[in-house]
Ligand binder design. Structure first.
Ligand code: GLN
Length: 446
């Protein structure tokens, strides 16, 4: 069914970078033989899943939508992919993204431009644009994305689907090609909150292969979907309904709050005073970490190697000049500069200090409230090409999602309305490791 739908619409949507029909069908047949009787089958039995192309898949090309990894066939599966396989789901292909997950529109892919299924002239968001578009277009019921600074929630909002960034440490990152290691998380993109909770349940858990995966209790996320939000205390940061956020977007959040009030929850305005520093902090920290993480792509260890070099040093330089796109180069330069001696204290160290203040803003609010609610993005999906000339406007699109990554807390985007035929997203943010409450509220509202 998925392949039929992909054949029908992916020519237009262009969500998939690589499809794996032969192997997927072989695995499906194998599953069918082995698990003939209903009793042995899990809930994900035979379910087709799309995986963002920065999550490695054994013998299945993993490109990060970059020329430098164009022909890279990993020799192992990421932990999340293995877990999906153990749960009898079928990985059917790899989804387009901004190169190395750097971007907010999937326009930075070296291979193709993914379109928003709601309006093919607009972007699907990014960097997990392929993951959100594939689910929105009905190509797959579930996908995995990654979120370093909004990359699951922002495309989920733009494409009218449900996307969760789990707490930092909730899901193993073993096999996720690293962008900014102190921020990266893998998470589920689905049509409903229930599917989302189920998918998180499947991929979560401590992993000896990832020392940042947390050894915490894993609750039964599905059992939190009770519909009951009576007495729940919601905080609404005034910074999230302030300048730059479109009127219709604010209105959709106020409408959502009314629905939750009708169900017995209460809300009050609060402040996250350091939010205004989040963008600058994020771009310093994430670019610094990226500059270190991307040093491994040198033409020796993986993927692309230039033919245009005489010496080793030239080979490194040429490989990286030819292999990386403009946005990736911009981040590597910014990050290398911020980490260089003489500037380290002024930029990287300062950014880490501000990060602590941002984190404390959240902790303070969570002393008195159960969840924080606001819009996912200040606007609905923008037109293709509209923001490509100006990186700063593009960066500003993540202003409401990025603080959540800096604080390490979980956040979900659920559809909450439309503007001019384009979906809007409601963002629900929870305490550390309290995805259950986030899901409970999202489900009650849905
Ligand atoms: N748009 C942000 C960036 O470009 C988010 C990226 C992400 O979450 N992977 O860095």
């Amino acid at each position: 069914e998925s392949y039929r739908r992909i054949a029908e619409v992916d020519g237009k949507v262009k969500a998939f970078v690589t499809l794996d029909e032969e192997k997927a069908r072989a695995y499906a047949a194998e599953l069918d033989d082995a698990l003939g009787s209903e009793g042995d089958r899990g809930l994900l039995f035979g379910m087709p899943i799309g995986v963002k192309d920065n999550i490695v898949t054994k013998n299945l090309r993993t490109t990060c939508s970059s020329r430098i990894l164009e022909n890279f066939d990993p020799i192992y599966d990421a932990t999340v992919v293995k877990k999906l396989r153990d749960a009898q789901a079928i990985t059917i292909g790899k989804l387009n993204m901004d190169e190395f997950a750097m971007g907010s529109s999937t326009e930075n892919s070296a291979f193709q431009e993914t379109k928003n299924p709601w309006n093919l002239e607009t972007v699907p968001g990014g960097s997990s644009g392929g993951s959100a578009a594939a689910v929105a277009a009905g190509e797959v019921p579930f996908s995995l994305g990654s979120d370093t600074g909004g990359s699951i929630r922002q495309p989920a909002a733009f494409c009218g689907v449900v996307g969760l960034k789990p707490t930092y440490g909730r899901v193993s990152r073993f096999g996720l090609v690293a962008f900014a290691s102190s921020l990266d998380q893998i998470g589920p993109v689905t049509r409903t909150v229930e599917d989302n909770a189920y998918l998180l349940q499947t991929i979560t858990g401590v992993d000896p292969m990832d020392s940042t995966s947390a050894n915490v209790e894993v609750p039964d996320f599905l059992s939190s979907l009770t519909g009951d939000v009576k007495g729940l205390k919601i905080a609404v940061p005034k910074e999230y309904l302030g300048e730059g956020v479109q009127e219709e977007v604010k209105q959709s959040v106020l409408d959502a709050l009314k629905v939750l009030e009708g169900l017995g929850a209460t809300w009050e305005e609060v402040s996250l005073p350091h939010s205004k520093y989040a963008l600058a902090t994020y771009y310093l920290i994430s670019s610094s970490e990226a500059s270190a993480n991307l040093a491994r792509f040198d033409g020796v260890r993986y993927g692309y190697r230039t033919d245009n070099a005489e010496t080793l040093l030239e080979m490194y330089k040429q490989t990286r000049s030819e292999g990386f796109g403009d946005e990736v180069k911009r981040r590597i330069m910014l990050g290398t500069f911020a980490l260089s001696s003489g500037y380290y204290d002024a930029y990287y160290k300062k950014a880490q200090q501000v990060r602590t203040l941002i984190k404390q803003d959240f902790e303070k609010v969570f002393e008195s409230y159960d969840v924080i609610i606001g819009p996912t993005t200040p606007t609905p999906a923008f037109k293709i090409g509209e923001n490509t000339k100006d990186p700063l406007t593009m960066y500003a699109n993540d202003i409401l999602t990025i603080p959540v990554n800096l604080a390490g807390v979980p956040g979900i985007s659920v559809p909450c309305g439309f503007k001019d035929g384009l979906p809007l997203g409601l963002q629900i943010i929870g305490k550390h490791f309290d995805e259950s409450t986030v899901y409970r509220v999202a489900h009650a509202f849905e």
